[in-house]
Design a protein around this ligand. Structure first.
Ligand SMILES: *Cc1c(COP(=O)(O)O)cnc(C)c1O
Length: 814
């Protein structure tokens, strides 16, 4: 479909300000980082809690983007591009998507519910793809922004759509309904998840059902609570296991790891086997089967295809690879939409200059192969990918469309050639359809370490950042502390995310931490809290900004800065107001002023102090005295030096407890990583780090037998013991052993028995259904780092920063 600006203006009810309204729009974007943005892009400047799309317009214009949907035109870019001015840009994006959807007339399946949406969508895609050209929501794109973007992926060749809709508040579903316009509805399991936005379960059900106001049929599990709310005019196709009046009656039986269903539909009863046992998977599979029955598939086809259902993995994972490579593992799907998302993700991982993509054949684009691979190649070229490795018969035929491309017929052929492909110092995106078994490639490329990982949820970091931002006055700036390797969570990856979220400053403890961030391409200004005199040259060379806390330090810095003939080099002045760690005291202030008066070599970028008790209201009077002294001394500096620097004193708990002392900036630390010492506030934060390991071995010991060094655990009865490959050398305190702490295995707590060893610990799994290789949670949602710290009589900071560097960090986005 060809759309010009002129067509789009009335659809989104915009006021048009620009020169050329006949320009053709080929790509819709909301992500300033995407390398797919070009002169045919229409960029919607969406304002979220974290960032405002309007603030990226200037840099986008420099990159060649010409067309923007905005609420107002920023003064710096007036006249430099075409603007479609609307009242609300998200609303405009949704209107545009709704219009776009209405141009197509094929069956569209809309899925909502509390759980299982993404899995049902992925499975349906797998089950139906032999017969349809399917467009589906990529990943879990089911939000107010995700749904419109998914819909805009439709093209003329598609003949079936599968989209999921997720809501967290009232009024949202009506909007998603207008965009998806489903003709077939599926209501998946309604659990208690995401209840916060609704006043009651009834309200939640009613809201979700709004997706189905104009479907031809609604597929659901027959259930009195829900059916009471369904409009009787809507045709229902229901299943049930205890109510024979449902359209499809199903009984279930577990056979080992499988589930056998006896399905009675119309006059027939027939068996279907599903390769899963758990209740949730079985329900999701039944919903998929219902669609197949509704489409008129015969039992044999349903049976054959359902037997091959597989676990769905939707996350893009970042892993450490061999020879200093970074891997982005997306080895579970390959379609055009998710390729775009993966390439955007790749672009945000700036570790290496060299970028390689390993790509399988792409399925179900709806386009001819010729057209498809032309588009794929354009996409890959615009993303500046250095090398392309194609695996599959079809992509091999189109090798000449790509630059610097090797192709292989299958993974085995690739594996044979592996030694000669020389992977080194590059980011590698591994993206393949399931059938290609690209997990074999991932395991070839993955750095081999033991099985313990600290998983870092990048979405949670974004959430926590916006939570604290929401507590600030609009003008207050934000410095984020990424010292000590981002409190143990990962330095570069987190700095990268913060840079995108436009934080104003990063803070590190030592110069070398700042240097490695700068070397990796971070451009946000970085303050060094604790610069040693020996590192001043390096600080200057790498444009880091030192905190100066003594006359001696100031003189030493000035000496070097003068030799280098610097002018107005940014420094930060630390005042001691009661912490008594680092900083100028009141009596040094005159010396400081005398040195700096009229000095042109350095410029005081900011004045700061640090609070000793902002987390403890017992010491409220002391905290207030620190703030008062800061006000007094910093004002004195400002007046006598006639400067107006940024002033800042609050850390995380200061933001919470002393909002009146925000000054011009705050310094967020532990809160970003999901930890607060305020119980109410803790509820608002999302968990960032999950430390995971696996069960290496399970054994059963008899009563009176012992476990571990010193025989500190003696079994009272027959006991099942699991050994986990993580110990005090990984940062798990010895005092967490001997019955104090626990790990979580298959949602159950397993007590640590005996002493924690250097590289291992043992837990009691007598009452837990588990086997070797199962995942073990050391901390995360449960137990929380806060809880562990309390039990161990320490603080969460120490637990987080003690996790050894040998524990692999894996970053993911939902
Ligand atoms: C670490 C640090 C912070 C952040 O403290 P949190 O309690 O983690 O928020 C702020 N300012 C200074 C000077 C710090 O050293």
């Amino acid at each position: 479909m060809i759309l010009t600006i002129r067509n789009i203006v009335p659809i989104i009810k915009a006021q048009w300000v620009g020169q050329n309204n006949t320009a053709i729009i080929e790509y819709i974007s909301i992500d300033s980082r995407s390398l797919q943005n070009d002169e045919n892009t229409l960029f919607f400047a969406i304002s979220g809690p974290n960032h405002d799309g309007h603030s990226y317009i200037e840099e986008l214009i420099q990159k060649g983007v010409q067309h923007f949907v905005v609420t107002k035109i920023p003064s710096t870019v007036t006249g430099k591009a075409n603007f479609l001015v609307v009242e609300n840009t998200l609303d405009a994006l949704q209107k545009f998507a709704a219009f776009y959807r209405s141009q197509f007339d094929f069956p569209v399946i809309g899925i909502t519910g509390s759980n299982g949406k993404t899995i049902i969508k992925e499975w349906l895609n797998f089950l139906l793809s032999p017969d349809y050209n399917i467009i589906r929501s990529p990943k879990s794109y089911n939000s107010q922004v995700g749904v419109p973007l998914s819909i805009l992926g439709i093209n003329e060749k598609h003949n079936l759509g599968i989209f999921e809709a997720g809501i967290s508040m009232t009024l949202e579903m009506e909007k998603l309904q207008k965009i998806i316009q489903p003709t077939i509805g599926i209501l998946s399991n309604i659990g208690s998840a995401h209840d916060e936005g609704f006043s009651s379960v009834a309200e939640k059900i009613k809201e979700k059902l709004k997706l189905f106001v104009s479907v031809n049929v609604l597929i659901l599990n027959k259930n009195k609570t829900i059916c009471a709310f369904v409009n009787p005019k809507i045709k229902i196709f229901s299943w049930c296991s205890d109510d024979k009046s449902a359209d499809v009656f199903i009984t279930k039986k577990n056979i080992g790891e499988l589930t056998e269903l006896q399905v009675t539909y119309r006059e027939d009863t027939f068996p279907i086997t599903i390769p899963f046992q758990d209740q949730a998977s079985v329900e999701n599979a039944i919903h998929c089967m219902m669609v197949m029955l509704y489409f008129g598939y015969n039992h044999n086809v349903i049976q054959t295809r359902m037997a091959h259902l597989y676990p769905v993995e939707m996350r893009l994972k970042v892993k450490n690879g061999i020879y200093n490579c970074t891997l982005i593992d997306d080895s579970y799907s390959s379609d055009f939409q998710s390729l775009k998302i993966a390439l955007d993700f790749l672009e945000n991982q700036k570790q290496h200059k060299k970028k390689t993509i390993i790509l399988s054949d792409i399925f179900q684009s709806g386009l001819s192969n010729e057209a498809l691979y032309s588009q794929v190649s354009q996409l890959i070229i615009s993303n500046k990918i250095t090398r392309v490795i194609g695996i599959g018969e079809t992509i091999s035929q189109f090798k000449n469309k790509f630059i610097n491309c090797d192709t292989f017929q299958n993974v085995a052929e690739f594996t044979n050639a592996f030694e000669n492909l020389n992977f080194e110092n590059e980011t590698i995106l591994i993206k393949g359809a399931r059938d290609f078994n690209f997990e074999k490639i991932v395991s070839l490329l993955e750095e081999k370490t033991h099985e313990t990982v600290l998983e870092i949820n990048l979405n949670a970091i974004g959430h926590n950042l916006s939570f604290y931002k929401s507590k600030l006055k609009p003008k207050t700036k934000m410095m984020v502390m990424v010292k000590a390797f981002g409190y143990g969570n990962g330095g570069f990856e987190i700095a990268q995310l913060l840079e995108h979220h436009k934080v104003d400053y990063l803070g590190v403890a030592f110069a070398d931490e700042g240097i490695s961030l700068k070397n990796a391409g971070i451009t946000v200004p970085i303050m060094v809290l604790n610069p040693e005199t020996t590192s001043f040259s390096a600080i200057i060379q790498h444009h880091l900004e030192p905190e100066i806390y003594s006359v001696k330090g100031l003189k030493a810095f000035l000496k070097i800065a003068e030799q280098k003939k610097l002018k107005h080099f940014p420094i930060h002045i630390k005042i001691d107001t009661g912490m008594h760690r680092l900083g100028f005291e009141e009596e040094n202030l005159q010396d400081l002023i005398a040195i700096l008066k009229g000095n042109e070599t350095v410029q005081i970028k900011s004045i700061l102090s640090h609070m000793a008790t902002s987390d403890d209201l017992k010491h409220d009077a002391f905290s207030k005295s620190q703030i008062a002294l800061f006000e007094k001394l910093s004002s004195q500096l400002q007046t006598e030096l006639n400067i107006k620097p940024i002033r800042h004193i609050l850390n995380t708990s200061g933001i919470t407890n002393y909002p009146e002392a925000q000054y011009d900036m705050v310094r967020l630390g532990i809160g970003l990583y999901g930890i607060s010492n305020d119980a109410e506030e803790q509820k608002e934060l999302e968990n960032v780090g999950t430390l995971k390991s696996v069960i290496s071995q399970i054994r059963t010991i008899d009563a009176n037998e012992s476990v571990g060094y010193g025989r500190r655990f003696i079994a009272e009865k027959e006991t099942k013991i699991a050994t986990i490959p993580i110990g005090y050398a990984d940062g798990i305190r010895r005092s967490w052993g001997n019955g104090v702490g626990y790990v979580v295995i298959n949602h159950k707590q397993a007590k640590i028995v005996g002493s924690v060893c250097m590289d291992m610990l043992m837990v009691d799994v007598t009452d837990i259904d588990c086997k070797e290789g199962n995942t073990v949670i050391i901390f995360g949602e449960n137990p929380t780092v806060n809880f562990m710290a309390k039990q161990l009589n320490t603080i969460p900071y120490e637990i987080l920063t003690s996790i050894s560097q040998r524990v692999k960090r894996v970053f993911f986005r939902e």
